[in-house]
Structures are given as structure tokens and as C-alpha cells.
Design a protein around this ligand. Structure first.
Ligand code: B12
Length: 210
């Protein structure tokens, strides 16, 4: 872990954070480690927001920093991996939630691992997932959410998929923020994944590789 990178992000030193991320990538630091550092930094930012030291502008700036760092990291993850597009995965941040940094990381990790990914974006209503399952015919549906209220949206989305008679045809995974196995049980999803790599592992298990 690069304590320095975590500290630059947590202290809102945008230029320094981006420069250091580039330097780490150039010196061969694994891209996934840089993403882990970003996540650790976001926890610090979140804590400071909860404690009233940071406000919405800091959350926005932190989000922007993560997006620029992710954009730098992405080409390093694809480098040298010629992949064949395989099984389909439908991804979206659930209704009421606009957090998409983690979802975007999941999307690109699935993408570089050969999955054919359709990203529905943020604040996606259950009926949109249902309609897109009908159109895109994915093998896996990935629901992302950071807010506590998104647990209910996840539950509603799974229920809508069930009610539409699509449940037997897809595997549903959930993740993001504080999602854990209890939320998985509550939402009646098939699995939860801790990070973007877990999303890839689950999708591979369910679709027989890639
Ligand atoms: C950046 C940020 C924002 C940005 C989001 C920018 C963006 N484009 O996403 C902005 C400023 C818009 C924002 C807004 C708000 N936010 Co905010 N935000 C954050 C912050 C600081 C970081 C979140 C983040 O991106 N983390 C990093 C990513 C990489 O982590 P991740 O999402 O967990 O993703 C990883 C894994 O979970 C996993 N994963 C993710 N999705 C999936 C899906 C599947 C299927 C799988 C397998 C895995 C997986 O893979 C990812 C990579 O490894 C957090 C604090 C924190 N603790 O992190 C607060 C936080 C999430 N926000 C919070 C709040 C309250 C809000 C607001 C309501 C504030 C307000 N009063 O307006 C609004 C919500 C608006 C809405 N309707 O959604 C609270 C949520 C509290 C709660 N329990 O509900 C937090 C926890 C801050 C806090 N401590 O109070 N926020």
C-alpha cells in the first residue's frame, strides 16, 4: 500500500495524487494495488464527511480524483491482454443511488477479462433492468450500490426480475460500499462480491470460464 497516495487523496491534493499514481504505474506497481489504495483513501474521506470535517464539495473532488486515477489505471489493465468477448453481463447502480466509481471499476475489470458488458449507468430502476434483461439476454446481472437505501432497491430489483419470470435465466450478484452477505440474503441475490476482482471470479464461475 502507498501511504502517500492514500494521504494525497484524503488531503484533497489532486495534482499530487494523480502524479504519484502515474509514477507508481510507471514503476510497475500492480494497478489493482493502486485501486485498493484509492478505496482506502475513500474510506478516510467518508469518515471525515461523517464527522463533519468534510462536506459535499470534498466528496465531489474525491470522486473526480478517483475517476482520473481509474482512467490512468485502465490501459495498464488491458495492456497485453487480447481477450475474446464472452458471456454477457448487465451492470448498473440501483435506483436512488448515483455512486458509480466502484461500478465503473467493476465494468472495466469485467471488460478486460473478456466479458461482453452492458452498463446501464446510475439510478437504474428495476423495470429498466427487467427490460434490458429481455433485450440484452445477459448470463449475469451485477447490481451496485453504496447507500444503505440501495439495499431496498437491490431487493426490489431482484423481486422485479423474479416477477418477470427471468430469475431462472440469470445469476445475480451485488456489491458496493457496505454490501455483505446479510444484504445478499435480504435482497435474495445469488452472491455478493467484495471488490471488482470478486465480480470477475463470480462471473467466470457462473459462465464456465471465458
Ligand atoms: C465519492 C462519494 C460521493 C460522490 C459520488 C461520485 C461518483 N461518481 O460516484 C458524490 C459527491 C456524488 C456523492 C453523493 C452522495 N453521497 Co457519497 N460518498 C462518496 C465516497 C467518499 C466514496 C465512494 C466511493 O466511490 N468509494 C470507492 C469505490 C471504489 O468503492 P465501492 O463503490 O465500494 O466499489 C468497490 C467494491 O465495493 C466493489 N463493487 C462495487 N459495485 C459492485 C457491484 C458488484 C456486483 C460487485 C461484485 C462488486 C462491486 O468493487 C469496487 C472496486 O473494488 C463515500 C465514502 C466511503 N466510505 O467510501 C461517500 C458515501 C457513500 N456517500 C454518502 C452520502 C450520504 C452521499 C449523499 C446522500 C450526500 C448528500 N447528502 O447529498 C449523496 C448521495 C446521492 C445519491 N442519491 O446517490 C454516505 C452513504 C451513507 C449511507 N450508508 O447510506 C457515504 C458512505 C459517506 C458517509 N460516510 O457518510 N458521494
Amino acid at each position: 500500500m502507498s501511504e502517500q497516495l492514500v494521504s494525497y487523496i484524503a488531503e484533497m491534493q489532486e495534482e499530487e495524487a494523480l502524479a504519484l499514481a502515474k509514477e507508481l504505474l510507471a514503476s510497475g506497481t500492480p494497478p489493482t494495488q493502486i485501486l485498493d489504495d484509492c478505496r482506502a483513501a475513500m474510506e478516510v474521506v467518508g469518515k471525515r464527511f461523517e464527522e463533519g470535517q468534510y462536506f459535499i464539495p470534498e466528496l465531489i473532488l474525491a470522486g473526480e480524483m478517483l475517476k482520473s486515477i481509474s482512467a490512468e489505471v485502465k490501459p495498464h489493465m488491458t495492456a497485453g491482454h487480447e481477450v475474446q468477448k464472452g458471456a454477457r453481463v448487465l451492470v448498473g447502480t440501483v435506483k436512488g443511488d448515483i455512486h458509480d466509481i466502484g461500478k465503473d471499476i467493476v465494468v472495466f475489470m469485467l471488460d478486460v477479462n473478456g466479458f461482453d458488458v452492458l452498463d446501464l449507468g446510475i439510478d437504474v430502476a428495476p423495470e429498466t433492468f427487467v427490460a434490458q434483461i429481455g433485450e440484452f439476454k445477459p448470463a449475469v446481472v451485477a447490481l451496485s450500490g453504496f447507500l444503505t437505501l440501495s439495499y431496498d432497491s437491490m431487493k426490489e430489483t431482484v423481486a422485479a426480475i423474479e416477477a418477470a419470470g427471468q430469475r431462472h435465466g440469470v445469476k445475480i450478484m451485488i456489491g458496493g460500499g457496505t454490501v455483505d452477505d446479510q444484504v445478499r440474503q435480504y435482497a435474495d441475490a445469488d452472491a455478493y462480491g467484495r471488490d471488482a476482482m470478486a465480480a470477475v471470479t463470480l462471473a467466470k464461475q457462473w459462465t464456465g470460464g471465458n
